[in-house]
Write a protein that binds this ligand. Structure first.
Ligand SMILES: NC(=O)c1ccc[n+]([C@@H]2O[C@H](COP(=O)([O-])OP(=O)(O)OC[C@H]3O[C@@H](n4cnc5c(N)ncnc54)[C@H](O)[C@@H]3O)[C@@H](O)[C@H]2O)c1
Ligand SMILES: N[C@H](C(=O)O)[C@H](O)COP(=O)(O)O
Length: 340
């Protein structure tokens, strides 16, 4: 049989995201504007993509796959869909709880396919956490969903641009619960998982990580909070003794300045809105969200469902391009690592 070079391309599963949001829009525009060096499978209702393409005036060739193995190399303007049916026709800009099980099913099938190695990586356009939670399921994010599905003891949320990487000790946690989650165990598990993946997945031999304090001015010697003195500093000292290059805890308000960032590989923030606003200010629309610590590869966009923009043609697909390209690179690296 003739060698088919397409067979060496990674298979990337892309979920549709919230059907009333911009997920379908950015998938259509991204796959219409360039050819990705991969076999791309969209887990979605084909009717959703056809409707949205019509709304957006995009001419895209949407093919339905019977089996994931039948997917061929991506070509600009073509989309291969593994069908999952919506409960109700989706209206751009209007959330409908009836379609929440559909969203969860796309994630479930993507994760299962990756675990079974039918897919080499997952890319997730945005879901709406609120409408998923309204079904009674507790859904705090893809990060936690795939952690539970893969039974991973600890995962790390890291967002990255070309200029900056920001990882988080705690992810989707109410602010009132953050202090209690800043424990030696959590700091140790996240920092170790981050360090390992910066080495193994990003080829940084000895990562230099800047660690934020929790409190204003990193606690001001205990006058503005004691988490630094009681937990963060002793834990970082132990990790340093294990060979890690950790700087801090530094006051978070000045850690994100060129003096520190220019010379570091990653910033580690204590909570979501300590680290992500800085990253999004610096590179919103061009950043990738990567879940480290999973046995599978998963990347995502840096933005949400932007319900206000769904179906308008105003959604930017830059972050999805970056998320797909990162997933392809990571899948290729993992394949060459296995072949070494
Ligand atoms: N990866 C994900 O699944 C993910 C990421 C972030 C937020 N969310 C979820 O999305 C929902 C809405 O969140 P939000 O309102 O805080 O943030 P959002 O990112 O949806 O919107 C914030 C602002 O950015 C704009 N925006 C977002 N994406 C854009 C794009 N691609 N192009 C142009 N403009 C864009 C929106 O119009 C809005 O003004 C929430 O349920 C949130 O949890 C999901
Ligand atoms: N924290 C992410 C952000 O602000 O971009 C977002 O909520 C997505 O998280 P998940 O990848 O866990 O869904």
């Amino acid at each position: 049989m003739a060698h088919n070079p397409a067979e060496s391309l990674p298979i990337i599963a892309i979920t549709s995201g919230e059907p009333a949001g911009i997920g379908p829009d950015i998938i259509l525009s991204a796959l219409n504007e360039q050819t990705f060096p991969a076999r791309l499978i969209i887990l979605a209702d084909p009717a959703l993509l056809k409707d949205r393409a019509l709304t957006l005036g995009l001419k895209v060739d949407i093919q339905t796959l019977i089996r994931s193995q039948d997917v061929t190399a991506h070509q600009q303007g073509s989309i291969s869909v593994l069908p999952i049916q919506l409960a109700k026709k989706a209206t751009a800009g209007s959330l409908d709880i009836a379609n929440s099980p559909y969203v969860l099913e796309t994630l479930k099938q993507a994760g299962e396919g990756c675990i079974k190695k039918e897919f080499d990586a997952i890319v997730t356009p945005p879901v709406h956490k609120g409408i998923l939670c309204e079904t009674g399921v507790h859904f705090s994010g893809h990060t936690e969903f795939f952690q539970a599905q893969c039974r991973s003891p600890h995962v790390v949320m890291m967002l990255a641009t070309e200029a900056m990487k920001v990882a988080l000790i705690t992810t989707h946690l109410p602010l009132k619960d953050v202090s209690a989650a800043i424990t030696e165990k959590n700091i140790r598990l996240v920092t170790k998982a981050l360090y390992k993946d910066l080495q193994e997945k990003f080829g940084i031999a000895k990562p230099k990580i800047l660690v934020c304090g929790l409190n204003p001015h990193a606690g001001e010697d205990g006058h503005l909070g004691r988490e630094e003195i009681d937990v963060i500093i002793p834990t970082l000292n132990k990790l340093r003794q294990e060979g890690m290059n950790l700087i801090g805890p530094l006051p978070a308000d000045t850690l994100f300045t060129p003096k520190y960032l220019n010379d570091a590989d990653c910033a580690l923030a204590m909570y979501h809105d300590q680290g992500l606003p800085v990253l999004k200010y610096s590179g919103f629309g061009n950043a990738v969200n990567i879940t480290l610590g999973l046995p599978i590869i998963r990347t995502s966009v840096d933005h949400g469902t932007a319900i206000d923009l769904a179906g308008t043609g105003k959604a930017n697909n830059g972050s999805l391009n970056v998320a797909i390209q990162h997933a392809i690179n990571m899948a290729n690296n993992a394949k060459s690592f296995l072949n070494e």
